[in-house]
Design a binder for this molecule. Structure first.
Ligand SMILES: [Fe+2]
Length: 199
């Protein structure tokens, strides 16, 4: 009589890769594991939630930068095409830092773009092409939304003892966002390229 073997044993015996195992969660989104970081459960839970919101909005900001990098047009096409791609790359670095901070705290980073779309508070742009000033002001407004949330979250994280999250938000997210906003804003100033009066 043949010995009944478990599915696992059969797989091991055949070197069969474990395929189609999706669907089983070992940690739910919105939870934090117990990590010995010298931080309270409440602090890690709070920071993870605030960071995930900023992470979702930053992923959307990254995507908006790429959209406008691609769809850019007009006399300043080349300059803005390059600038927006540089900003996109810098935002993508922030996405990684934010996600890994959530993981460091024992949480689960929002990652799938469909999940990101459910969470973000950044308004959705039209699928088509807006005028260039509208593209830029849309980016500036997205930056401000993230900056307001980051200032508040940084303050509260520090109050709860989470200096690492405070540092990430202040030193990286806020400083980068402020600088990028400045570079965008200067493109919306209506100033002539050359003087029209000869003194
Ligand atoms: Fe490109």
């Amino acid at each position: 009589m043949a010995i009944k073997r478990s599915t696992k044993a059969k797989r091991n015996a055949n070197s069969q890769p474990w395929l189609h195992l999706n669907g089983v969660q070992i940690q739910e989104f919105g939870t934090v594991r117990m990590f010995p970081l010298g931080l309270s459960y409440d602090a890690r839970m709070y920071s993870s939630q605030r960071l995930n919101q900023i992470l979702a909005d930053t992923q959307i900001l990254y995507s908006l930068y790429k959209k406008h990098h691609w769809l850019m047009r007009g006399p300043t096409f080349y300059q803005l095409h390059l600038l927006l791609d540089k900003h996109a790359e810098e935002q993508l670095e922030l996405v990684d830092l934010l996600a890994e901070r959530v993981q460091t705290l024992g949480g689960v980073a929002v990652s799938d773009p469909r999940h990101v779309a459910e969470i973000t508070v950044i308004p959705r742009p039209p699928n088509g092409v807006e005028e260039v000033p509208a593209m830029l002001s849309r980016l500036i407004e997205a930056h401000e939304t993230i900056l307001v949330a980051s200032h508040d979250a940084a303050d509260r994280a520090a109050d709860m003892g989470d200096d690492g999250t405070n540092d990430l938000l202040v030193s990286s997210v806020i400083r980068t966002g402020e600088l990028q906003t400045w570079f965008l804003i200067e493109h919306l100033v209506d100033t002539p390229l050359v003087g029209d009066e000869h003194g």
